[in-house]
Design a protein around this ligand. Structure first.
Ligand SMILES: [Zn+2]
Length: 104
């Protein structure tokens, strides 16, 4: 079985929360809270680092509020080979926790 087949198998057997990373943010301008889901197997682009022989995954998302200011919030996430988050950046908003997102 090739690598792709094995990854596909993992994906099929894994629980949903293992293949999805949720992002919760708050808009800097209007404080609207937004969420987006990132599918760790479909939404990431591979980045090879030739000098360190390392593979990382990168994802850029633009979130746009629907209630108030419609200002785009740019989110950039970097994951390691195991698809664990190792770096995150945001413009136009702040990262918040799921609890903060759920609370009023
Ligand atoms: Zn806003």
């Amino acid at each position: 079985m090739n690598i792709l087949g094995r990854i596909q198998d993992l994906f099929n057997s894994a629980a949903d929360d293992k293949s999805v990373y949720w992002v919760f943010v708050r808009c800097d301008d209007c404080s609207e809270k937004l969420q987006t889901r990132i599918n760790l197997y479909n939404d990431l682009s591979v980045q090879y680092d030739d000098t360190e022989d390392k593979t990382t995954y990168f994802c850029r998302k633009t979130l746009i509020g629907s209630e108030q200011c419609f200002r785009p919030i740019e989110v950039e996430l970097t994951f390691d080979e195991q698809r664990k988050l190792i770096d995150k950046r945001i413009q136009g908003g702040q990262f918040i926790s799921e609890e903060e997102y759920q609370s009023e």
